[in-house]
Write a protein that binds this ligand. Structure first.
Ligand SMILES: NC(=O)c1ccc[n+]([C@@H]2O[C@H](COP(=O)([O-])OP(=O)(O)OC[C@H]3O[C@@H](n4cnc5c(N)ncnc54)[C@H](O)[C@@H]3O)[C@@H](O)[C@H]2O)c1
Length: 338
């Protein structure tokens, strides 16, 4: 039985506490800590875990094997480093940190301490994304030309320490990297400033992978509706999923290249059958925390490592740089950037 605790039980952390509480048999939720003592007490009462306003005191008392860190992003590095130095396996909410230097320090500290560092890129554990990836690897869509993500939201007033690129687009950057399993060769971003001057409210980003696949990101928090979608277009058709309703469809290209045509040369596109897939729905956070516990138990490489989190943050920062400097960031022409 692993002993789990949560530091920061605000809107995300309280879900970590609930899910650990529900993982009966393999993980025991032993403590929750929040600088807001009232919040800690509320979540403690709901889950039956001991509650604290000081996480050092919590660690001394309940001695957890693993912690979910869900404090505001600006505090990830400072508190994360303290927890790692105390020898605790850590799942740090996304994004890994605010700056690349902080992300690097977390990775180095975890390596030295010999503890697990996993980053909370939760969409990888969304069952509809997992099914989409399976279909993609099976070659259902044929040769892939383009992948597009949409993540549109109303404005989250509580977030004060991150812009929409680091807070929201990091989900999609991690998804693109994972689904395409390829390196980015160049990227360009346009940033929206509507509500905030000092941080981004949205990103329209375009990138090219080394394989030639084009990636398009449409992300903002100025939309009065929540949209979460991935669309992948290939020679044999289009795979499209909704991350909220966990639905996945395949739109067949009736003029698809034959399966014997290894180059999958596109001779035309016409509407064919539309197939909806059955998804074994589950809560992504439950799968993520079960995966984290398994990593701690077995010592295997984390599904979403500190290095993954850092690379995603690096690409996010480069979208911002590209927009600020009005230029394409081209890793092939400037390999020192890669
Ligand atoms: N994976 C996801 O889908 C997802 C969703 C939402 C938020 N997040 C991430 O989770 C993190 C928290 O976001 P949130 O929306 O829950 O924020 P929030 O403001 O609702 O909660 C943060 C909590 O941390 C507490 N806190 C602040 N300083 C502390 C300290 N020194 N010690 C202990 N507790 C402290 C606050 O009192 C608050 O309760 C952010 O990094 C965010 O990016 C991830």
């Amino acid at each position: 039985m692993l002993k789990a605790a949560v530091v920061g039980v605000g809107s995300m952390g309280r879900n970590h506490a609930r899910v650990y509480r529900e993982m009966e048999g393999s993980v025991e939720l032993v403590g929750v800590a929040d600088a807001n003592a009232g919040e800690a007490a509320k979540v403690g009462a709901r889950t039956g875990a001991a509650h604290f306003s000081n996480y050092h005191e919590m660690i001394d008392k309940v001695k957890p094997d693993l912690i979910s860190l869900a404090v505001p992003t600006a505090l990830h590095a400072q508190i994360g480093l303290e927890l790692i130095e105390r020898g605790i396996n850590l799942l740090i909410e996304k994004p890994i940190a605010t700056t690349l230097e902080e992300g690097e320090a977390l990775i180095e500290a975890a390596r030295k301490a010999g503890v697990v560092l996993q980053v909370g890129h939760i969409e990888r554990f969304n069952p509809v994304v997992m099914e989409m990836k399976r279909r993609l690897l099976d070659g259902m869509a044929g040769r892939i030309y383009k992948v597009q993500t949409q993540r549109l939201s109303p404005y989250p007033g509580r977030i004060q320490d991150a812009g929409a690129v680091t807070d929201l687009a990091t989900h999609d950057i991690d998804l693109l990297r994972n689904l395409m399993n390829d390196q980015i060769s160049r990227l360009y971003g346009e940033i929206l400033h509507t509500i905030n001057r000092d941080r981004e409210d949205g990103l329209n980003g375009i990138l090219r992978f080394r394989s030639g696949i084009i990636g398009v990101l449409d992300v903002n928090w100025i939309t009065p509706a929540k949209v979460r979608r991935i669309t992948i277009t290939g020679a044999r058709g289009m795979l499209r999923c909704d991350l909220l309703s966990q639905e996945l469809y395949f739109y067949e290209n009736e003029t698809a290249p034959s399966q014997w045509d290894t180059l999958s040369v596109l001779r035309g596109v016409s509407e064919g059958n539309v197939i909806g897939f059955r998804i074994n729905r589950h809560e992504p956070l439950a799968a993520e925390l079960a995966d984290f516990a398994e990593t701690v138990r077995t010592g295997r490489k984390p599904t979403v490592s500190g290095e993954d989190g850092l690379e995603t943050l690096r690409i996010a920062r480069e979208f911002i740089l590209s927009a600020e400097q009005r230029r394409v960031i081209d890793y092939e022409r400037q390999p020192e950037l890669a």
